[in-house]
Design a protein around this ligand. Structure first.
Ligand code: AMP
Length: 194
């Protein structure tokens, strides 16, 4: 099973690249941000609880996210693998994911870190905000989300580096250019693990 984590600050293109990756490698996309937005749209209790955190650019509490994600994953039967997008975002979530993959007799194959300059991030998100309709794509909230990423999520780079799973991908350039770099890293992994 090929289980990938796509990792990077808000605006690095994780969602866009995930959509390309699920097609090429026949994976199931699990985006916690998308799942939360769906819960919000349908007005579920979880959606209502999560709203205030999302609107402020803060992390939704781990207990909510973890239950939500693994409940979804459990309902999916027989995929070739998963791509985790927007999860894990802190050490508690990463440790929980490690436990679950062991329980399921599988493992995380690679953590693909999309590396983009801060200047480019802001540019991309503000551009996205014109069409995304996302309430959390305003300049103020984006600033908070980047801050949260630096403080709580970036330490995971070390966590996965120590596990030998981290691959940093140069995230600047066109979508196709970045996708070629990601694909090359995955193909290399597949070749050396077969
Ligand atoms: P995203 O679409 O991944 O940028 O997520 C949008 C928002 O959803 C984030 O700013 C958080 O408020 C919330 N969120 C998404 N994934 C997580 C997660 N793994 N842990 C906590 N909050 C999350």
């Amino acid at each position: 099973m090929l289980n990938l984590i796509i990792f990077g600050a808000p605006g690095t293109g994780k969602g866009t690249q995930s959509l390309n990756l699920i097609e090429k490698y026949n994976l199931v996309h699990l985006s916690t941000g998308d799942i939360l937005r769906e819960e919000l749209k349908t007005g579920t209790e979880i959606g209502l609880k999560a709203k205030k955190y999302i609107d402020e650019g803060l992390l939704v509490p781990d207990s909510i996210i973890i239950d939500l994600l693994f409940d979804r994953a459990d309902k999916i039967i027989g995929p070739k693998g998963f791509i985790f997008d927007g999860f894990p975002r802190n050490t508690v979530q990463a440790e929980e994911l490690d436990k679950v993959v062991v329980e399921k007799n599988t493992s995380i194959s690679l953590v693909l870190h999309l590396d983009v300059t801060e200047e480019e991030l802001t540019k991309r998100i503000l551009l996205r905000s014109q069409n995304s309709g996302r309430a959390d794509d305003t300049e103020e909230v984006v600033k908070k989300r980047v801050e949260v990423y630096i403080q709580q999520t970036m330490p995971l780079l070390d966590y996965y580096r120590k596990q030998g799973k981290l691959i940093t991908i140069h995230g600047m350039g066109t979508i196709d250019e970045v996708f070629s770099r990601i694909s090359a890293a995955i193909d290399n992994y597949i070749t050396s693990n077969n």
